[in-house]
Design a protein around this ligand. Structure first.
Ligand SMILES: Nc1nc2c(c(=O)[nH]1)N[C@@H](CN(C=O)c1ccc(C(=O)N[C@@H](CCC(=O)O)C(=O)O)cc1)CN2
Length: 300
């Protein structure tokens, strides 16, 4: 990037996430006073995947920093599906636990869908349970997956009103692509969901005011695919070889070329990623209020 003019504004997800975390933390004492206990988040990690260990540690630290109670459960990699579902059942029944998150991915002997199904939808702060997915799909209130909700917050923070804008979501996963498309549709965007079988992706992307890239393919979206001034949200987190035995984190968007054309763009790292944990705290605070029969604070 040295010596080049950057035309697109960088959306600072780290700063946005810090603001959200502060607002959540500021609302916790009022909850504690009313409910007589802090909001509680249980995070379950099965196995020793290095990235998952980092995310789980960060979630625990962020939970405590927000004044909430953190319950961390680390299970060995050979844990059976029945054992994991048994733990989920105990967390469902535990009154001190408002939110339950089972870190993904899970080892191959465990069916992720069966575990997610076992979580009480009222404690499903990940928003992955079919009851919450159905509520989002039909425009009803419920828990929304943290990463797409974080993307929507960044988009609204940047653009304000989204109604009428053309949006392309690249990727159709249950965790990001599908909920992202539903959120944008609920905001009255005209939404296209592209995927690995989509024909002529560049010309689809070229029509979009909003591009959300969640394809899991490093630097796939190029600057010359973009409509000038488009807002680009990069959900990708890909570690690539940087030579000399080193690695580098890149998104699904070729940042160097895209920043020249986009009106605004999220970087990787420091864009969408930090929003995931901030929204998790927000969802936990909301879950705690609903479970305690209290009205969740506005403006989170
Ligand atoms: N049960 C869940 N499992 C997983 C989720 C999830 O939302 N729920 N999401 C991802 C991992 N994830 C949180 O769990 C997560 C990913 C990335 C970040 C983040 O802040 N990334 C940084 C870069 C970090 C790095 O240097 O590696 C960034 O983008 O700036 C936070 C959370 C899969 N599993």
């Amino acid at each position: 990037m040295e010596g080049r003019t950057v035309s697109g504004a960088i959306i600072d997800g780290k700063a946005f996430a810090a603001g959200l975390r502060e607002r959540v933390a500021a609302a916790v004492p009022t909850f504690v006073e009313a409910a007589g206990r802090p909001p509680g988040l249980a995070v379950v990690l099965v196995g020793e995947d290095p990235a998952s260990q980092v995310y789980v540690r960060s979630k625990g630290k962020a939970t405590i920093a927000a004044g909430m109670a953190s319950f961390e459960h680390r299970l060995p990699v050979e844990t059976s599906q029945a054992e994991l579902i048994d733990l989920v059942a105990r967390l469902n029944a535990d009154d001190a636990v408002d939110g339950i998150l089972v870190q993904l991915p899970l080892p191959p002997q465990i069916d992720e869908g069966a575990v997610i199904d076992a979580i009480d939808p009222a404690k499903d702060v990940d928003g992955f349970h079919i009851a919450n997915a159905g509520r989002l799909a039909t425009g009803l209130p419920g828990f929304v997956p943290c990463t797409p909700l974080g993307c929507l917050m960044l988009l609204k923070g940047r653009l304000g009103e989204l109604a009428g804008l053309d949006a392309v979501v690249i990727g159709r996963s249950n965790i990001v692509g599908k909920p992202m498309a539903r959120l944008l549709l609920n905001e009255s965007c005209t939404v296209t969901v592209a995927h690995s079988r989509t024909r002529d992706l560049p010309s689809l992307v070229r029509r979009a005011d909003i591009v959300v890239a969640a394809a899991g393919r490093p630097e796939m979206v190029k600057g010359d695919w973009l409509k000038p001034g488009a807002t680009v949200i990069d959900v990708g987190i890909n570690r690539i070889d940087a030579g000399e035995g080193k690695t580098r984190l890149v998104g699904d968007v070729d940042f160097a070329s895209a920043v020249e054309v986009a009106g605004a763009i999220t970087p990787v790292p420091g864009g969408v990623g930090p929003m995931t944990i901030a929204v998790l705290l927000r969802n936990t605070l909301v879950a705690a209020h609903i479970r305690a029969g209290l009205v969740p604070p506005a403006g989170l």
